[in-house]
Design a protein around this ligand. Structure first.
Ligand SMILES: NC(=O)c1ccc[n+]([C@@H]2O[C@H](COP(=O)([O-])OP(=O)(O)OC[C@H]3O[C@@H](n4cnc5c(N)ncnc54)[C@H](O)[C@@H]3O)[C@@H](O)[C@H]2O)c1
Length: 256
């Protein structure tokens, strides 16, 4: 129960890694607010979490929209009285494309979804996090550190999240707010399945991704949730400005 009596917002908490974080935070005693721009998945996730006795609320919010992000944070604080953590997790990996295939408009739109949303989550939650001496967790990716082919837009957005994390960590450390990034390699999620389904043989594609990890498999959503729960807890009180890689050893030889 390392997050007992805490309140956290998890953007994109209705599926994949965000849902894994929501499950694990709730297991550790945290009240969780999950958001998505897809109300169907939101209601389903809320129901699933409530059945496991979680204290949870779904709020519909498109993280690209400044007004909706402000509302998400204000409604959370009005509803639960405080905010101890925000996990800026909502994001998307577009299909593989070379730079000549990516329009400037599509590049900017991806930055808005993956990076500007993270900036807004940090900015609008900060007044409340200063009161609780809370923490920020930004869901980046290992490819932000090691690169990835045909993913210039995605890697830019994920590397931007790490830069933002380090800059804010410096500003906020004296004020008692910690800021960290989590950089998974492959994680088995609906997004990963979406990618596999574009391949000739989806099962073989997933097996190939598993094989890129020295532990022999991708991470599970709950494993990433446990890393985030640790970072959000007082156990991680000396950790700020870090990009933590729960990657099954992948960086030691990704796609070797
Ligand atoms: N799956 C992986 O292998 C992997 C690896 C490294 C990093 N990541 C990162 O983890 C995060 C989650 O990835 P995932 O694999 O769980 O994805 P996913 O597609 O399975 O889930 C994404 C979640 O974000 C929400 N979302 C998407 N667009 C949104 C918007 N505009 N507003 C609000 N919510 C929105 C979705 O509703 C969903 O709840 C992403 O930022 C991704 O870049 C994933």
């Amino acid at each position: 129960m390392k997050l007992k009596d805490k309140v956290a917002i998890i953007t994109g908490g209705t599926k994949g890694i965000g849902l894994g974080c929501a499950k694990v935070f709730a297991k550790h005693g945290c009240t969780v607010v999950i958001c998505s721009n897809d109300p169907g998945s939101g209601q389903e996730a809320e129901e699933q979490l409530k059945q496991a006795d979680a204290k949870v609320r779904f709020i519909e919010c498109d993280v690209k929209d400044e007004g909706q992000m402000t509302q998400l944070i204000e409604q959370t604080v009005q509803g639960f009285g405080q905010l101890d953590c925000i996990v800026n997790n909502a994001g998307w990996h577009p299909p593989a494309m070379t730079i000549d295939q990516i329009s400037v408009a599509d590049y900017e739109s991806l930055l808005r979804l993956n990076l500007t949303s993270t900036f807004m989550g940090c900015k609008f939650s900060l007044p409340h996090l200063l009161k609780t001496k809370g923490s920020i967790i930004n869901m980046s990716s290992e490819v932000a550190l090691i690169g990835q082919g045909e993913a210039a837009g995605y890697v830019s957005s994920k590397a931007g999240q790490i830069g933002l994390t380090k800059a804010l960590a410096l500003d906020l450390a004296p004020k008692g707010v910690r800021v960290n990034a989590v950089c998974p390699a492959g994680v088995m999620t609906p997004l990963m399945q979406e990618w596999a389904d574009t391949q000739y043989d989806p099962s073989a594609a997933l097996e190939m991704v598993d094989s890129w990890h020295p532990i022999g498999r991708m991470a599970k959503i709950e494993e990433i949730g446990e890393v985030c729960a640790f970072l959000a807890s007082s156990e991680a009180s000396s950790i700020t400005g870090q990009a933590i890689c729960p990657d099954g050893g992948a960086a030691l030889g990704y796609r070797r």
